[in-house]
Design a protein around this ligand. Structure first.
Ligand code: PLP
Length: 363
C-alpha cells in the first residue's frame, strides 16, 4: 500500500475525516499561517489560537443556525462525561428528569443520572431489542421534570429519532454524538444538545455542547469547577487549556462543510448513501436489519446474516478488500456499517458490491 492509499473505515468512531481536511491539516502542520509552529504547539492564549476557536464557533453557529441565546462549549471527557454533567447542571428545581431509553448510550446516561436525582424511564424499547423509537409526547413526561433526555441517533443499534418529542416547556436534552451535522435540526426545540466529536466531526478529544443560556448557573455549589457548564460559558471554553488541536480539526471540518453547501448539502448526500444500502438490504433475504424502517439511522446501518460465523467471515473478508471495522458493537454482534459524513459514496458502493458477491458465494 502506498503512503496515500486509504481504506474505507466503517468504524463508529473514531471515524473517517474528509480528505481535504486532512490535507489542509498536513499543509499547515509544521508552520501554521507563518507562525513558525503547529497548532499542537501553540499557546491557547495566543491571538492566533483565539482566532481559530472563534472561527470554529462562528462557523458551527452558521452551519446549525444556532440562536444567540445558546452557548457553544468545547469540552473534554467525551460523550460519557455528559452523562454526568447533564444531571449535575440541569436538575435545577424538582431534581426530576425523564429519559427515553432507545439503546445502550441512553441507558448508560440514565443509569448515571440516577446518582443525582429522581430519574424515571418515560419509555423504553429495550424489551424489543431497541428495534424502534417509542413515540412520546407531553403526557409521557412528569409536568415538573427538570428535563427530558433522548439519544437522537443510536450508534450501536442503528436507529434514529424521526421526530422531536413535544415536551412543552420542559427542556429537551439530546445526545447527538453520532448524527451531529448530518442533518438540519431546529436548535431552539432543545435545551441542550451535545456531541462527542469523534463520530462525525473531528478526532477524539472534544465534546461540543450547545446549551440554552437560561439553563446555566444552577449547578450545586459542590460541583467540581470543570463540571459546571457556567465555568466554560463564562470563559469562552478557555477556563483551562482546551483540546486545542481537536478544536482546530473540528473547525476545518466546519469550513469544509460550508464549502460544499452546508448541512443541507451533506444531508442530501447522506440520504443517498444510506438509501442505496437500505434498498439493497431490503431487496435480499440474505441479510436482515432489525430496525423499523421509519426509525432507521442514516449514519449507522446494522445487519446480520443470521449466522454469527458468517458475520465474522463477512467482516474478515471485507477487511481484506480495504473495508475495515464492519464488526457490530461488542454488545450486539452482527455487522455495522457506520457511514458518517466523511464516508465517500464510493465506499458505500464498494460495500454493496462486496455484499452481493458475499451473498452469491455463501447463500
Ligand atoms: C460514542 C457515543 C457515546 C460515548 O462517547 P465517548 O466519547 O466514548 O464517551 C455517547 N453517545 C453516543 C450516541 C455515542 O455514539
Amino acid at each position: 500500500m502506498s503512503k496515500y492509499d486509504r481504506v474505507y473505515n466503517f468504524s463508529a468512531g473514531p471515524s473517517m475525516l474528509p480528505v481535504p481536511v486532512l490535507e489542509k491539516a498536513r499543509d499547515e502542520l509544521l508552520n501554521y499561517h507563518g507562525t513558525g509552529e503547529s497548532v499542537m504547539e501553540m499557546s491557547h492564549r495566543s491571538a492566533e489560537y483565539q482566532e481559530i476557536i472563534d472561527r470554529a464557533e462562528a462557523d458551527l453557529r452558521d452551519l446549525l443556525k444556532i440562536p444567540d441565546n445558546y452557548k457553544v462549549l468545547f469540552l473534554q471527557g467525551g460523550g460519557t462525561l455528559q452523562f454526568s454533567m447533564v444531571p449535575m447542571n440541569l436538575l435545577r428545581k424538582s431534581k426530576k428528569a425523564d429519559y427515553i431509553i432507545t439503546g445502550n448510550w441512553a441507558k448508560k446516561a440514565y443509569e448515571e443520572a440516577t446518582k443525582f436525582g429522581d430519574i424515571r424511564i418515560a419509555a423504553t424499547s429495550e424489551p424489543d431489542h431497541y428495534s424502534y423509537i417509542p413515540k412520546c409526547g407531553r403526557d409521557d413526561f412528569r409536568e415538573d421534570a427538570d428535563y427530558v433526555y433522548i439519544c437522537y441517533n443510536n450508534t450501536i443499534y442503528g436507529s434514529h429519532f424521526n421526530y422531536i418529542p413535544d415536551t412543552g416547556d420542559i427542556p429537551l436534552v439530546a445526545d447527538m454524538s453520532s448524527s451531529f451535522l448530518s442533518e438540519e435540526v431546529d436548535v431552539s426545540k432543545f435545551g441542550l444538545i451535545y456531541a462527542g466529536a469523534q463520530k462525525n466531526v473531528a478526532p477524539a478529544g472534544v465534546t461540543i455542547v450547545i446549551v440554552r443560556e437560561d439553563l446555566l448557573g444552577f449547578a450545586d455549589e459542590k460541583t467540581p469547577i470543570y463540571l459546571d457548564y457556567a465555568t466554560h460559558a463564562k470563559k469562552g471554553s478557555m477556563y483551562n487549556t482546551p483540546p486545542c488541536f481537536t478544536i482546530y480539526m473540528a473547525g476545518l471540518v466546519f469550513q469544509y462543510l460550508k464549502s460544499i453547501g452546508g448541512v443541507k448539502a451533506i444531508h442530501e448526500i447522506d440520504v443517498k448513501k444510506a438509501g442505496k444500502l437500505y434498498d439493497y438490504l431490503d431487496s435480499t433475504d440474505f441479510y436482515r436489519t432489525g430496525i423499523e424502517p421509519e426509525d432507521r439511522s442514516l449514519m449507522n446501518v446494522t445487519f446480520v446474516t443470521g449466522n454469527p460465523e458468517l458475520d465474522a467471515k463477512f467482516v474478515a473478508e471485507a477487511k481484506e478488500q480495504g473495508m475495515i471495522n464492519l464488526k457490530g458493537h461488542r454488545s450486539v454482534g452482527g455487522i455495522r456499517a457506520s457511514i458518517f459524513n466523511a464516508m465517500p459514496p464510493e465506499g458505500v458502493d464498494k460495500l454493496i458490491e462486496f455484499m452481493k458477491q458475499f451473498e452469491a458465494k455463501n447463500r
